[in-house]
Design a binder for this molecule. Structure first.
Ligand SMILES: [Zn+2]
Length: 203
């Protein structure tokens, strides 16, 4: 199972432990935990199929908030001839698909979901030294971490300190493993450009 903006939900999404009735199709199955969603409208469980089918569209319920300001800038600079209204409409459509048809990710703080190349990035997993080394074309994981920092975190990130002392030394392969860390690194990949993008926060 894959979502456009969440590549490995089996490992990292926030699931109910056992099969449960989906609030939308009423079928007992493996479902995402409704408590992980933001917004005024509460529900207990939603299955991957109902989430994909945009069953949240008429509700005040969403997984995350996209960095729509930057997305609009990227869309506009790619097509300068388009009117601001048309760009805003396109950005709204893309943002809806992200926020309402994607499973929430576990984070310590709230931040805007990153975009790159006129689309939102896909969540790959939680950062660790082995992951950055694996993703780096030349094997220089620290350099990749430096170059992957999203604009919202790059000004206050001490990459040397993080690489030496804070970044997990073993790969994080499950949400349960990620929750053990007080500082988490969220690794995204741009489907449009291939760029690796990092956000991080503390408990
Ligand atoms: Zn369902």
């Amino acid at each position: 199972m894959q979502f456009k903006y969440f590549l490995y939900p089996d490992a990292f999404a926030i699931w109910h432990d056992n099969p449960i009735a989906c609030d939308f199709c009423q079928i007992d199955k493996k479902c995402f935990d409704g408590n992980a969603f933001k917004g005024e409208d509460k529900f207990t469980a939603i299955c991957p199929e109902c989430l994909t089918e945009n069953k949240l569209q008429d509700m005040d319920a969403y997984a995350c908030e996209g960095d729509i300001v930057l997305l609009q800038q990227q869309l506009q600079s790619r097509k300068p001839e388009k009117s601001e209204k048309a760009v805003m409409q396109k950005a709204g459509e893309i943002t809806d698909a992200l926020e309402r048809c994607t499973p929430p990710i576990f984070t310590h703080q709230n931040w805007y979901w990153p975009c790159d190349g006129s689309d939102y990035c896909s969540f790959l997993g939680y950062g660790s030294k082995p992951l950055y080394i694996q993703l780096a074309n030349d094997g220089d994981g620290e350099d990749l971490l430096l170059n992957s920092l999203y604009h919202t975190v790059e000004n206050y990130t001490d990459v040397d300190e993080i690489w030496e002392h804070i970044l997990p030394k073993a790969a994080i392969t499950s949400l349960a493993a990620a929750k053990l860390f007080n500082t988490l690194f969220y690794v995204f990949v741009s489907q449009k450009t291939g760029r690796v993008v990092t956000l991080w926060d503390k408990r």
